[in-house]
Each structure stands twice: as C-alpha cells, then as structure tokens.
Ligand binder design. Structure first.
Ligand SMILES: Cc1ncc(C[n+]2csc(CCOP(=O)(O)OP(=O)(O)O)c2C)c(N)n1
Length: 668
C-alpha cells in the first residue's frame, strides 16, 4: 500500500464564504447515510437483511457531490453511495423496501441493494459489472449537449473498476465529444481485497486524466466541505463550458468489501490512521468547535434522523413479502408499446437493393424522429463501411450522425444514456462480429433495465451479419443466438428489401431495445420494388414466402433464399416460412405450417448447436407432436468458426447438406 497516498493527513475544513445554513445542511445530509448504516449493521447481525455494502468512512464524497448539483442533474452512483439516494430525498420506506426485496422498492424485488434507478430523483443505479455505468453518463451528457440544456451529469467509479476497459472507453468518448460529465473516482485503496498497486501502476488518477485530454482535480474525500466546494465550482463552470472533468477523491474503505468478507487483509495501522479521519466525526467536531452547531442542536438533529429511519423501517418491515405473478414479471420486460402497422400512403414504388432499402428506412426514420441519433464507426462523412449512411451527415448534421471512436461498449452505453433523456439511438456495428466487445451493455444493461426499474432502452443496434463473402471467422459470424437467449431484447432478421425497410422502421419506432440483423451478402445481390413512402411491418409476425403441401421449411435471413433454390432444384412442394422476427418468434405461424404438412425442417445459417432452430424444433416437438408425420429436422452450419477460403466456407455452410436432408424428410 502506497504510504504517501494513504498517509492520512488531517482533515482541514475551510468554510470559505459558505454560511452556517449551508454548513448545517451538509452535516444533516451527512448524518443520514451514517445513521442508516449503523442501523443496517444491526439488522444484518440480526439476520433481517441479507447483504450490505458499506460506505462507512466515504460518506463525504456522496454528500458533497449530491448537494453540489441541481436536483434535476443526473447522478450515477455505485455500491458505496448511499448518500446519493438519501441526498436526493428518496422516501426511506421505499429505500428500505428496496433493500428488503419488497414490492414497493424500486425494483419490485427484482434486484438488490443499490441496483436501481429513479428518473424522478435523477438517479441511474449501477449494474454489478461496475464500469458500464460510465458510458451511460456519457449518453446523458450527450443528450444535454444536443438539447443545449446547461446541465452536468456526475458518475462514480471505484479505483478497482477503473481497470475495466469501460473506464477507458467512457472517459475517452467524453473527452473526444467534450461531454459535460464529472467522473468521480473514489480512490479508497482496495478493490475487494486487491490493493491499488496491484490494480494499476500509476499513483494518482490525476496523472491519468491528462492522458485523455481531460482536466483532473484531487480532493480529500473525507472532507465534505472540500468535495462540495470542488464539485459545485466545477459544475458551475461545466454548465457554461461543457467538458468532462475527472475528480479523484482520496478516501479509505473502513469496512469489508461487503460485510461478510471482513478486512483481515488490511494492515491495522491503516485502519487506525483512517479512523482518525472519519468524515462524520471530523465535520461534527469542526461545527461544534466553530460554534456553528450546538451540542443540543446536534442531539436533536441526530434523534430526528434516527426516528425518521425507524419510521421508514417499520413501514418496510410491515409490508408483506411479494406474491409472484408470472404474467406481471413477463409484462415488465418491455416498456408498454402497442405497435400500429403503418401502411405506405401511396402506391409509388421503386426498385431498391437490400442495402438501399435499409438506407431508405433509416433516412425516413431520421426525418420522422428528430430525436433519433445515429452512432457508429465511420458512419459520418465516410458513410459507413457499407455506405448505408452515405450522405446522412450532410442531410442531418454531424450531431445526429455521429462518427464514434472505436469503442462498441461505450457507444451502446451512450445509446442507453440518450434514451434515459428521451432520445432514440441507432448504433451501427461495423460488422456484427464486433458486438462481442459491446456484449455486456446489451445483455446486462439494455435488456434488463426495464424489468429492473422501469427505464426503457430506446436503442436499435444494426448488425451487418453472415457468411458467403469469404471474410473469415471475424467478419462472417451468425451471432443472433447469443442474444436470442436474453430476455428483454427484440430481434429482427429480414430476408428481403421490403421487410428490411418496414422492419427497421418498426424497430426504430418501438422504444424498446432491438438487434437488427442485415445479411451482407444480400446487400447488393437482391433487389425488389418497394414502397417509396414510410411504412412499418408488424414485429413478431412470420411470413409464408412459398406454399406447398409436402414439407415445411422454417428459416430466416439467407436461409430463405437457400430454401427457395433447393425446393426449385429438387421439385419439392414446400411451405417456406420466413420468421422475420426471431424474438418474439411467431408460434402461431409455425404451428399452422406444421399442421398443414406434418413434416418440418428448420434451416439456419448459424452453426447447428445452440442455434435458434434448436429452440423452435423443441417447441414443435412439445406442442405439435400429434401433427407430425416425421421427426422434426434441423440443418445448420458446421460447428466450427466460419472459415475463410471459399471452398472451406462453402463446406461450412448448410446449403448442400440441407438439400439431402430435405429429400430424406420428403420421403420419410
Ligand atoms: C466485472 C466485474 N468483475 C468483478 C466484480 C466483483 N466485484 C464487485 S465490487 C469489486 C471491487 C470493486 O472495487 P472498486 O471499484 O475499487 O470499488 P470499491 O468496492 O472499492 O468501492 C469486485 C471485484 C464485479 N462486480 N464485476
């Protein structure tokens, strides 16, 4: 442990020009998290709450920050920032109900402790993964910048979480885009049991900030006045001159990572040094000694706070345990949205390639929704890797058609931040393969946030996907199944220009998170006459693209074209059902075609194991067993990465194996 950083210099208060009232307000505010925590530690020992992450000794950071900002400025706290929640006046009974997993808590019992947000209180809570929080603040900051609101957003991180790539991405985007965000690092010496020097090889974060082109300030995190003064002045300045600033608050974690884990690995002398720097006791002493606070007033204040806490606890304890209701659980996955299909307003049609249809839909949605922001690598002047946004920057401006740094995670997180402020975001993956580095934001933030605390994620991620273009394992993957397994997402996968435009428009209209797969090999190889006007297609509806009595082929994307060619070549009379939406998929249409032919095969471009077909075939076996005249069959690509050499790729793809299986099914 670096002795100099954590040497524990005395806490020295400088009241500057702050009046007594301000000093006392800060004290009262500081008492809340401490007194709640005293109580929680008792309840924990009594087995009345299950887990507790202590912020003991770090309260001055939250309290300085929350009091320095306006109440309508967003704060994104972590697991040691109880003071942000109390400082924003969250009703204590709801806070305690949240800790106890009660229905009136902020997550209806669905997530624990500080893992929640409240729009009303302008708080966006964390997910366990820590770092993804930073990019959400970027998105909120971007929204403020776009709408010219003079607001600051403040986000916390621990020193341990700063090792995550998300820290780098979040700070870098904020610096490049000059976003009005204050990043507060609570440098408390440990990340669980790992001391700072095993976490990173610099000493102070004030050394790190300038590398991002960012101002940095270091404060004594145990001095509430210093934190307050620093953030207040910064915020005032940032509102006038938007830019990110990194604030390093030096403090110390006085209790275990969470209560059960203890502090055996922390040298005793450090504990002793830092107990002398206790932020509450030191500030109390300063106020008493300077005559701002009398002992009587102090006692009164403490007893009022204690009784407010006890009252809140009584209410929360009196609330009965949640009665599960599966319907409500499923309903809350998504922001309520009833799609109304929009038909084109005229018969005007133009021949368009698949790629032009996507571009057309995107352009019309940009016209329809002035709050829609596009983000992606090279999508500005250059028009995107595939030229889908060619000319968009000139038409809609650089603010709404944003070239991004190379950082998928931060940009998807920023998309969520934008939607918290009422914007819509479209994020273009340069190739669907690269979504792996933004995976966490999608499956843990976008997909879960509405279920957790009712915040929608109005984000569409466009995914140029698929093989057949001899591009090898990292530019050809089918990765829709990675997301198919994640509740809270909707997945679209069109196979033709008409659907491509109508479904993209539908996805952009819906305030819920979407993955929109577009097959690269179809971009310029497939054309059709499609309406010139704006229109949408119903999400969740499959389409019979060919009809026959002998077998049913259920497929999507490129599979639709392979199926068409195969039945033509083999002279088979087949129903070809194009799923179009993978999540939620159309059970009715699947059942109808199985009922008609009694013989069904699922075709997918993805590797066979763990693909979409496995789930749908299992459902058919379970729900349509008595309608079947043959085993439910599947064909997909080999269970290997996508190989580069054209012959290997051809062998990998299911096209020829599918034909053999189709014949077997027909003659079963
Ligand atoms: C991605 C990820 N890895 C590991 C963890 C487990 N974990 C939770 S908090 C924590 C330590 C975080 O340290 P720091 O950021 O310094 O914050 P502090 O707890 O000190 O406030 C760890 C390892 C996690 N939640 N997420």
């Amino acid at each position: 442990m670096d002795r100099e950083i954590f040497a524990g210099t005395p806490v020295v208060f400088d009241r500057k020009n702050y009046n007594d009232e301000t000093l006392l307000d800060l004290y009262r505010s500081l008492l809340f998290p401490r007194k709640i925590e005293e109580k929680m530690l008792i309840l924990l020992r009594q087995g009345k709450i299950s887990k507790w992450f202590s912020g003991w000794g770090q309260e001055a950071i939250s309290i300085g920050a929350v009091n320095a900002l306006e109440n309508d400025e967003f704060i994104l706290p972590m697991h040691r920032n109880l003071g942000i929640f109390t400082g924003r006046g969250i009703p204590l009974e709801r806070l305690f109900a949240q800790f106890q997993g009660k229905k009136s808590g902020f997550t209806k019992g669905r997530d624990r402790s500080f893992h929640f947000g409240s729009r009303e209180h302008h708080i966006v809570g964390m997910i366990s993964h820590l770092g993804p929080q930073l990019a959400i603040a970027d998105g909120i900051g971007l929204a403020h910048k776009l709408s010219k609101e003079k607001k600051v957003t403040l986000v916390f991180t621990g020193d341990g979480a700063s090792s995550e790539g998300d820290f780098h991405e979040g700070l870098n985007v904020a610096a490049v885009w000059k976003l009005p965000v204050i990043f507060v690092v609570e440098h408390n010496g440990y990340g669980l049991s790992t001391p700072s020097e095993e976490q990173f090889a610099f000493r102070y974060f004030t050394e790190k900030g300038p590398g991002y082109g960012m101002e940095t300030v270091r404060v004594d995190g145990n001095n509430v006045l210093e934190v307050y003064d620093c953030i207040k002045n910064l915020a005032e300045d940032i509102r006038k001159n938007p830019r990110p600033v990194l604030v390093e608050a030096i403090t110390f974690r006085m209790r275990g990572h969470e209560e059960a884990s203890g502090t055996k690995y922390v040298p005793k002398e450090l504990m002793e040094t830092w107990s002398l720097k206790d932020p509450v006791e030191n500030y109390e002493r300063f106020l008493l000694e300077s005559g701002v606070l009398s002992p009587e007033k102090n006692e009164k204040m403490i007893s009022e706070i204690k009784s407010a806490i006890n009252k809140g606890l009584d209410i929360a304890f009196a609330e009965s345990a949640i009665q599960p209701n599966s319907e409500e659980e499923l309903e809350d996955l998504f922001f309520p949205f009833k799609q109304k299909e929009i038909i084109p307003s005229s018969n005007q049609r133009t021949e368009k390639r698949f790629i032009d249809a996507i571009s057309d839909g995107l352009r019309q949605s940009m016209e329809k929704y002035p709050n829609l922001v596009l983000m992606g690598q090279d999508i500005g002047e250059y028009g995107g890797a595939f030229k889908i946004t060619d000319g968009f920057k000139n038409k809609f401006g650089a603010e709404r058609v944003r070239n991004t740094p190379l950082c998928e995670s931060a940009i998807i997180g920023a998309g969520l931040g934008l939607s918290i402020k009422g914007y819509k975001a479209m994020v273009e993956m340069q190739f669907a393969d690269f979504v792996s580095v933004g995976f966490n934001q999608i499956v843990n933030n976008l997909a879960k946030i509405h279920y957790r605390w009712g915040q929608n994620a109005d984000v569409v991620i466009r995914m140029p996907t698929g093989a057949g273009v001899a591009a090898g394992p990292f530019h050809s993957q089918s990765n829709e199944a990675w997301f198919f397994h994640t509740p809270g997402l909707k997945i679209i996968y069109p196979s033709n220009p008409y659907d491509a435009k109508g479904l993209l428009n539908a996805a952009l209209e819906d305030p819920n998170p979407y993955l929109y797969f577009e097959h690269k090999a179809l971009y310029r190889s497939l054309s059709a006459e499609i309406p010139d006007d704006y229109y949408t297609i119903e999400v969740g509806k499959a389409k019979l693209v060919s009809e026959g009595q002998e077998v049913s082929i259920i497929t999507y994307g490129m599979g639709v074209h392979w199926a068409k060619t195969a039945v033509e070549e083999l002279g088979i009379e087949a129903d070809i059902l194009d799923l179009r939406t993978l999540l939620p998929w159309d059970k009715e249409a699947v059942k109808a075609t199985v009922e008609k032919t009694g013989k069904v095969i699922f075709l997918q471009e993805d590797c066979l194991t763990g693909g979409i077909g496995g789930e749908i075939c299992a459902w058919i076996s379970e729900h349509c067993f008595e309608l079947l005249d043959a085993p439910v069959m599947r064909e997909g690509s080999l269970d290997t990465p996508v190989p580069f050499a054209p012959n290997l790729e051809k062998n990998f793809l299911p096209v020829e194996r599918f034909k053999e299986k189709l014949l077997r099914l027909k003659s079963y």
